[in-house]
Design a protein around this ligand. Structure first.
Ligand code: MSP
Length: 518
C-alpha cells in the first residue's frame, strides 16, 4: 500500500502536554509542514504526523499543581495544540496522543517483543533524574553545581528497582549504521556528535518506573507494578501511527503495507540522543527497520541566550501573527534560520524579512496585476511568456536541490532571488513605455505574459511556506490554486483573467512590532 518511492512519512516530536504551544514548537512544526507540502506538491503520498506526549512525571506534577487530573490536563492541552496548528495552517494528517488506547497497546506489544527476545532484565537503579527533561543522568553527567546538564535545573536522586533494555548490545550495530549512512542525521555536525557520543561505552537503558512513585504511564505488560519510562513510550508513537503493529502485537516481521519506516524525523537538537541512540537501538531490538533520516534543527535564541520560560526571555513571534499575518511569521521563521543551526530572534530582523516580502514579492504582484488590468483589460495576453524561463528553471533547480537536502531556508532564498529577477525584468522592459509607443504591442504582450508566468512560478515555489498567501495570489492570476512544480512546465495562462487583491503584504511601520522595539 504505502511502500516505495511514492510515499513520504514524516514526523515532528510529540510535544509535552504541559504548556501552551510556543515558538520552539511552532518552528519544528512549520518546518515539517513546509517539507510535507513540498512532497505532496511533488506528487507523493504523505503521512505527516504530530501530536502530544502525555505520560510521565512532568505531566503528573503539572496536573497536581493545577489541581487537575493528568487526563484533564492532557485533554485541554491536546485541544490547545490542535487548535493552534489548525489556525496556523499546519497540514498534519494524524494527531497522535500517547494516552490513546491503540498507542498503549502498541507500546505494550513492543515491550513484550523486547522481553521475548531476551533484551529486558531487572536491576537496582541508582542515579539522578531530571523531571523537566524526563531524563536519567549519572553523577558524572551532572554540571559542577550538580544540576541537569541539559536544562540546568535541579535533579533528584533515585534508588529503585527498574527494568532495563540491553541497549549496550547494539552499540556496534549503531556505529556501523552511522558509518554506512553518512547523511543519516542532518546537519553533518549532529551526525558527528552522535558518533562522538558512541565512542564511550553505551550503557543499558532504564525503561520503567515503579508504579508506587509514578502511576501516570503505560503499565509494563510483564509487571503491572511498573510503568514504562516516558521516553520509550513517546518514541514508539512513530511506529503506532505508521500502522505497522496491530494492538494484538502482530506485524513485527513484516512492515510492508504500513508507513514504517519513517522517511524523516524532524527534531530539535536538544532531543538528539533520544532519537539517534535510544530510538534506533530500541528498533534494532524489536527487529524493525530504522527511520531513513533525522533532521535536528537548532535553537531560537534571544540575543546570545536560549529562550526559555525560566530565564524569562521568551519573545513570542507568534504574537506578531495578529499584526502581520500567519504567513509572514512562517516566512520569517523558515527563511531566517539556516536549517540545522541556531538563529537569534530580533524584532528588527523580523521587520527586515517582512519588508522583503512586501517590497519584492508583494510589490511585484501588485505591479504586474495592475498593468495587466490597465493595458490589457485584465486578461493575460496570449504570448509565449518565455522572457524569464532560464532564470525560472535555475530557481527551480536550486529550490529542488535545497529542499531535497533539507536546507529549506536556501530553497526559499532561491525563490526570493527569482522574484528579484522578475522585478529587474520589469525595470529593464519598461512596460509603461511599451504601452505608450505605437507598434510595440507584441513586445508588451510578451512582457506581461512573462511576468504573469513568473508570478505563477512563485506561487508554486512559495506555497509550502506561505500556503494562504500563495493561494490568494494564484486566485489573483485566475488559477484555482498554485500549480505544482511539475505542472509549471505546461502551464497555460493565456486569456486568464487577473484580479486586483487587497495587497498581499501591506506596508507596516516599525511601531507595529510592539512597545519592545520602539
Ligand atoms: N516530548 C518531547 C519529545 C518527544 S518525541 C518522541 C519533547 N517535547 S517538547 O514539548 O519539549 O518539545 C520539543 C520540541 O520543541 C523540540 O524539537 C525542541 O527542540 C523544540 N523547541 C523548544 N524550544 C525551542 C526553541 N527555543 N527553539 C527551537 N526549538 C525548540 O521534547
Amino acid at each position: 500500500m504505502s511502500q516505495g518511492p511514492s510515499r513520504f512519512y514524516l514526523t515532528t516530536p510529540i510535544y509535552y502536554a504541559t504548556g501552551e504551544p510556543h515558538i520552539g514548537h511552532a518552528y519544528t512544526t512549520f518546518l515539517a509542514d513546509t517539507v510535507a507540502r513540498y512532497h505532496r506538491q511533488a506528487g507523493l503520498r504523505v503521512l505527516f504526523l504530530t501530536g502530544t506526549d502525555e505520560h510521565g512525571q512532568k505531566i503528573q506534577e503539572e496536573a497536581d499543581g493545577r489541581g487537575m487530573t493528568p487526563i484533564e490536563l492532557c485533554d485541554e492541552m491536546a485541544a490547545r495544540f490542535e487548535e493552534a496548528w489548525g489556525h496556523l495552517d499546519i497540514s498534519y494528517d494524524r494527531f497522535i496522543r500517547t494516552t490513546e488506547a491503540e498507542h498503549v497497546a502498541v507500546v505494550q506489544a513492543f515491550l513484550t517483543r523486547l522481553q521475548e527476545r531476551g533484551l529486558i532484565y531487572e536491576d537496582e537503579y541508582s542515579g539522578w533524574y531530571c523531571v523537566h527533561e524526563e531524563r536519567y543522568w549519572t553523577s558524572k553527567d551532572l554540571t559542577s553545581e550538580g544540576a541537569c546538564p541539559e536544562c540546568n535545573r535541579p535533579v533528584r536522586e533515585i534508588e529503585e528497582k527498574n527494568y532495563f533494555f540491553r541497549m549496550s548490545r547494539f552499540q556496534e550495530d549503531l556505529v556501523r549504521h552511522l558509518e554506512k549512512n553518512p547523511d543519516w542525521i542532518l546537519p553533518q555536525s549532529r551526525q558527528n556528535e552522535v558518533l562522538g557520543f558512541l565512542r564511550q561505552p553505551l550503557s543499558d537503558l532504564s525503561i520503567s518506573r515503579p508504579r508506587s512513585r509514578l502511576a501516570w504511564g503505560v503499565p509494563l505488560p510483564f509487571d503491572p507494578e511498573h510503568v514504562t519510562y516516558v521516553w520509550v513510550d513517546a518514541l514508539i508513537n512513530y511506529v503506532t501511527a505508521s500502522g505497522a503493529i496491530t494492538p494484538e502485537g502482530e506485524g513485527f516481521d513484516d512492515v510492508s503495507g504500513s508507513w514504517w519506516p519513517a522517511d524523516l524525523h524532524i527534531i530539535g537538537k536538544d532531543i538528539l540522543t533520544t532519537h539517534a541512540v535510544y530510538w534506533p537501538t530500541l528498533l534494532m531490538g524489536a527487529g524493525l527497520p530504522l527511520p531513513r533520516r533525522i533532521l535536528a534543527h537548532g535553537w531560537w535564541v534571544a540575543g546570545e541566550t536560549k529562550m526559555s520560560k525560566s530565564m524569562g526571555n521568551v519573545v513570542d513571534p507568534l504574537a506578531l501573527e495578529e499584526e502581520f499575518g500567519k504567513d509572514a511569521v512562517r516566512w520569517y521563521l523558515i527563511r531566517e534560520m539556516p536549517t540545522g543551526h541556531d538563529a537569534s530572534y530580533t524584532p528588527e530582523r523580523f521587520l527586515a524579512r517582512y519588508e522583503e516580502l512586501a517590497n519584492i514579492l508583494g510589490n511585484l504582484a501588485s505591479r504586474v496585476i495592475s498593468m495587466i488590468v490597465r493595458y490589457r483589460d485584465g486578461a493575460i495576453p496570449p504570448a509565449p511568456g518565455e522572457g524569464l524561463r532560464a532564470q525560472e528553471d535555475e530557481a527551480r533547480r536550486r529550490y529542488r536541490e535545497a529542499m531535497e537536502a533539507l536546507r529549506v531556508h536556501e530553497a526559499m532564498a532561491a525563490a526570493m532571488d527569482f522574484a528579484r529577477e522578475a522585478n529587474g525584468y520589469v525595470e529593464q522592459r519598461q512596460p509603461w513605455a511599451q504601452a505608450k509607443e505605437e507598434g510595440r504591442e507584441t513586445e508588451l504582450d510578451e512582457t506581461l505574459a512573462t511576468l504573469a508566468r513568473a508570478l505563477a512560478a512563485l506561487t508554486a515555489l512559495l506555497f509550502p511556506v506561505m500556503p494562504a498567501k500563495m493561494e490568494e495570489l494564484s486566485r489573483g492570476l485566475g488559477l484555482d490554486e498554485p500549480p505544482t512544480l511539475d505542472e509549471l512546465g505546461e502551464l497555460d495562462l493565456r486569456g486568464r483573467r487577473v484580479e486586483k487583491g487587497a495587497g498581499l503584504f501591506p506596508k507596516k511601520p516599525l511601531e507595529a512590532m510592539g512597545p519592545s522595539s520602539s
